[in-house]
Design a protein around this ligand. Sequence first.
Ligand code: DX5
Ligand code: ZN
Length: 219
Amino acid sequence: MSAIRIAPSILSADFARLGEEVRAIDEAGADWIHVDVMDGHFVPNITIGPMVVKALRPHSAKPFDVHLMISPVDSYLEAFAEAGADILTVHPEAGPHTHRTVQRIKQLGKQAGVVLNPGTPAKMLDYLIEDVDLVLVMSVNPGFGGQSFIESQLRKIEAIRKMIDKTGKDIRLQVDGGIDLITAPRAIAAGADVLVAGTATFKGGPSAYADNIRRLREG
Ligand code: DX5
Ligand code: ZN
């Protein structure tokens, strides 16, 4: 399995200083910058759009991992690609043709991810997994930071790890929600190789970010 990557979610950053916050987590050792896009319709919260992604882009050369919690999603793929996203991750429930959505993301020259809500079975991936660069398992219901890790998702991570290994392809397995020093090692043991962490990265302010990221990575 590949090295563990940490993707801090800027949902827990200080929104009045987002550019500085992105620079701070970059310098603190973040591997990817996880951007949570919410529309107040697919999930009960509203966050940021392509203009903010574009404004943040010059603040880090690390991959921008853009988690789209919007529906319909297809009509916004191009805008986020142009804004500077490197990875676009979509929920199957956010559009009628997930396979086509994945194809479209790749046509745009970006990496494609599929994300499963806590109630969405791993089976959803049967005819998608060969075509994706990343699978994201939500370990909370999407919409907010600071929620508690849902235990049952560990079994799903294990099942998807097996599916990925069977393909023999280089596909990342990411987990998002309630990741802290207790749950991170458990998610890694189940087979995750990218950890999204909002609360656990940003707690304690900028002087703590490097330590927070290092401790999550060490499991
Ligand atoms: C939830 C988002 C997460 C969230 C994680 O809908 O997808 O990325 O920011 O926050 P924590 O790490 O605080 O659970
Ligand atoms: Zn997310």
